[in-house]
Write a protein that binds this ligand. Structure first.
Ligand code: KIV
Length: 268
């Protein structure tokens, strides 16, 4: 078992070895994902949606993200552990960004942080890298800007936005980011950005040519059934399996079939 680091991800890109990334929000899932060979575990602010039942990621707070990151850190041995910085924890002043990002490393066991945005957050990225906090960038359909975008459509389809995204990616690399998530952009644009960078890109809904892929674990396990997402390959249908299991449990209790002798203790 060789620990994955921000440096080994660069080597994987050079070797053409794909990087497998999944989200996790608790120790149990983190342990299972880590032991199954996931390279990077991201404590996404998608926690607000899949754990918190919210409509977007905007309500995620520092306290919630620190809690989830701490839980996940107890399950991770090999993977690189990245914590998502929630809305307004990094957009205001670089000093505040350093203080908040530092808490993920010092208090919650993260090894890097992820920030959404391009040009507007470059000063923050530089500052974090300067003080030793590794940064993963995030471009494309950045969910914290959902109200600016006005919906969940593919980003970068118009030429000006695509050009800006390529420039942003290069600037993030120059600012010291060790990797960039590309979310919901066309496959050709993701391929172009990936080819323009020395650092690895991690795609979600952005085609097969990124250096790695990330999915929300609840989506790929078929556990979060609010949306039917074209880009998600469901490796299980856990929502269905859980529903069947819970129905059986309720029925067994109502019928008096559980617990029986096997699940009971004797006096001695
Ligand atoms: O919050 C999240 O889970 C994410 C990934 C989907 C990239 O940002």
């Amino acid at each position: 078992m060789k620990k994955v680091t921000t440096v080994s991800l660069q080597t994987m890109k050079k070797r053409g070895e794909k990087i497998a990334v999944l989200t996790a929000y608790d120790a149990t899932f983190a342990w299972l994902e880590d032991q199954a060979g996931t390279d990077v575990i991201l404590v996404g602010d998608s926690a607000a949606m899949v754990i918190g039942g919210e409509e977007s990621t905007l309500t995620a707070t520092m306290d919630q993200m620190l809690y989830h990151t701490r839980c996940v850190s107890r399950g991770v041995e090999r993977a690189l552990l990245v914590a998502d910085m929630p809305f307004l924890s990094f957009q205001i002043a670089p000093q505040e960004t350093v203080r908040n990002a530092g808490r993920f490393l010092a208090e919650a066991g993260a090894e890097a942080v992820k920030l959404e945005g391009g040009e507007a957050i470059l000063d923050h990225v530089k500052r974090l890298v300067d003080v030793g906090i590794p940064v993963m960038g995030h471009l494309g359909l950045t969910p914290q800007s959902i109200h600016k975008f006005g919906g969940w459509d593919v980003r970068g389809r118009d030429e000006a936005e695509a050009e800006r995204m390529i420039e942003d990616a290069v600037k993030l690399e120059e600012a010291g980011a060790f990797s960039i998530v590309l979310e919901k952009i066309s496959a050709p644009l993701a391929e172009k950005i990936t080819a323009s960078l020395h650092i690895p890109t991690i795609g979600i809904a952005s085609g097969p040519d990124c250096d790695g892929q990330v999915l929300v674990n609840y989506d790929m396990l078929g556990l979060y059934s609010k949306f039917n997402l074209k880009f998600v390959l469901k490796y299980l249908n856990l929502a269905e399996d859980i529903s069947v299991a819970v129905r059986r449990y309720v029925k067994d209790i109502k019928n008096g079939d559980f617990p029986n002798q096997d699940e009971s203790y004797d006096l001695v």
